[in-house]
Design a protein around this ligand. Structure first.
Ligand code: HEC
Ligand code: HEC
Ligand code: HEC
Ligand code: HEC
Ligand code: HEC
Ligand code: HEC
Ligand code: HEC
Length: 313
């Protein structure tokens, strides 16, 4: 009796788990496995018809795709062959495929109401005015910052600000701290970003708490994430741009939070308060009023005192 109860429990736990797994593996995940069995690993295997045996080979490290990153990215629901030619299903891949046309973001997102909140068209306009686009034109595409196999939405989410800062800065550092990728675009030396920012006090802290784009992208009214990266001569260098009550951080890094959360408990910059203490930027309305009243009373006291002394004389 006991045993049958146990095995019944066992079945109840195991069977639904298993069938669920089988039912819920979506088609695109199954089909992408045929690509990822090679592109998801350091090594791949294939049958060599010429020598008639199985071969194990190293995968080009730049062609390895992390499947966990892929299925957490904005395009997680895609078949690989939605963006790549179906001819890639064959191996070895045909040589001419490397010249295949690559879609641009606007090919799919342009003029689509579903994505109106992102303002793709305006992003395109700002991007075309950025140093990256003006200096490198066609060679610099949106994909260079938005990895087709891992890009996520971060700023527009409930994630802690520090995670968004780390995520966004990693995008810039993937070139500005990586000679190989930088050299793909220019023969100029890649300036060391740690050295070129040594004028910032506690530079590591600043790089953890603010994004590169806060200082390097022109503020945008329409966009949540400004895309016009300016030449270095126009970068923000003045401390008060952030360390003041009308901190630029409210129009950039904290824009989403500032839109979502109304001012709480009288703090001017409630959005910033929740996440960080930025010297000069975190001021309280009521404390300001109280200090103004105290200041007024002191002046009043001194005036009365002076008048009384004049009368006495
Ligand atoms: C048997 C292993 C294997 C399978 C399966 C495989 N690939 Fe590849 N793929 C490679 C190798 C190796 C390369 C490196 C260049 C070459 O040999 O063509 C490559 C290169 C590529 C490239 C880069 C081509 C270039 O030169 O720019 C793309 C894109 C690609 N594969 C997409 C896919 C897609 C999509 C699938 C699934 C439909 C897929 N591959 C399936 C092994 C594989
Ligand atoms: C949303 C479109 C999209 C999807 C989906 C997509 N890719 Fe790509 N893939 C691209 C683009 C665009 C490039 C070229 C990137 C570049 O030039 O920086 C690329 C490049 C590649 C490369 C060459 C590596 C490189 O950096 O040039 C491989 C290999 C590859 N993709 C395989 C895959 C596999 C496997 C899948 C499915 C798991 C997949 N792709 C899904 C758009 C996509
Ligand atoms: C081949 C067409 C195609 C291309 C190219 C493409 N996208 Fe997408 N994108 C889609 C589709 C379709 C979705 C919706 C996916 C879903 O809902 O699962 C999407 C989703 C997104 C989302 C999430 C939208 C949301 O609210 O969930 C963002 C952000 C995004 N794409 C940005 C980009 C960027 C940036 C590029 C270029 C670097 C790009 N896409 C290129 C088709 C594309
Ligand atoms: C120099 C790097 C860079 C380039 C080039 C770039 N982006 Fe971005 N983009 C970013 C960063 C960083 C973010 C912030 C990501 C986050 O935190 O969600 C972003 C965010 C976005 C978002 C989400 C904005 C939102 O409101 O949530 C979209 C859509 C987008 N980019 C589209 C594009 C398109 C389209 C292009 C090309 C015309 C492009 N990007 C080129 C760096 C870049
Ligand atoms: C794909 C590589 C790549 C990525 C990603 C990238 N950059 Fe750049 N960036 C370059 C290259 C290459 C140059 C040099 C342009 C030139 O002078 O030829 C450059 C130039 C710059 C300059 C101008 C410096 C000057 O000389 O005036 C700034 C500022 C800058 N990048 C900031 C950023 C920021 C901020 C991000 C992230 C949002 C970013 N970059 C992402 C490659 C990249
Ligand atoms: C607090 C504002 C601020 C932040 C944050 C910031 N920068 Fe800068 N950056 C500047 C200023 C100002 C300059 C110009 C320095 C000068 O000319 O002395 C500069 C210069 C640069 C240059 C040109 C360097 C050279 O020597 O030619 C690059 C590239 C750059 N920044 C990239 C980045 C990247 C990538 C990040 C994020 C990891 C970042 N910056 C974060 C303000 C900032
Ligand atoms: C882009 C906005 C921005 C700019 C520009 C900026 N800061 Fe900051 N600063 C911050 C933020 C955000 C913090 C971190 C607050 C926290 O600890 O959460 C910070 C922290 C600091 C701290 C505290 C460091 C510590 O060790 O605790 C000092 C001091 C400081 N900044 C001085 C400066 C000076 C001086 C300048 C001008 C040369 C400057 N900052 C420019 C945003 C900025």
């Amino acid at each position: 009796m006991k045993r049958s109860i146990f095995s019944l429990l066992f079945l109840l736990i195991l069977i639904p788990g298993r069938t669920q797994d089988e039912q819920e593996t979506p088609d695109h995940v199954k089909e992408n496995k045929t690509c990822l069995q090679c592109h998801g690993n350091q090594y791949y295997y294939y049958y060599n018809d010429w020598v008639e045996r199985d071969i194990k080979e190293r995968m080009n490290p730049y062609y390895i795709i992390d499947s966990s990153d892929y299925y957490h990215s904005v395009h997680h629901a895609f078949y690989c062959i939605d963006c790549h030619s179906t001819e890639y299903e064959e191996f070895p891949h045909a040589g001419y495929l490397r010249m295949e046309y690559q879609y641009t973001c606007l090919d799919c997102h342009g003029g689509d109401e579903t994505y109106a909140q992102y303002n793709f068209e305006q992003i395109q306009v700002e991007f075309e005015r950025s140093v990256h686009s003006t200096r490198h034109n066609e060679a610099f595409t949106c994909w260079m910052c938005h990895d087709p196999h891992s890009y996520q939405v971060s700023a527009r989410s409930e994630r802690p600000i520090t995670e968004t800062v780390a995520y966004d800065n990693e995008i810039c550092l993937s070139c500005h701290a990586n000679v190989n990728k930088f050299k793909l675009l220019t023969d100029r030396d890649n300036p060391n970003v740690i050295e070129s920012h040594d004028w910032l006090p506690n530079q590591p802290l600043h790089f953890r708490k603010v994004r590169c784009i806060e200082c390097h992208a022109k503020l945008s009214d329409t966009l949540l994430v400004a895309h016009e990266i300016q030449p270095k001569s126009q970068a923000v260098k003045k401390c008060v741009e952030c360390h003041s009550s009308n901190s630029l951080l409210l129009a950039s890094l904290y824009k989403y939070q500032a839109q979502e959360k109304r001012s709480k408990a009288g703090f001017f910059n409630a959005a910033i308060m929740n996440e960080a203490y930025v010297i000069g930027a975190n001021r309280n309305y009521y404390l300001n009023v109280i200090s103004a009243i105290i200041f007024g009373l002191v002046i009043f006291g001194i005036a009365i005192h002076a008048i009384l002394r004049i009368i006495k004389k």
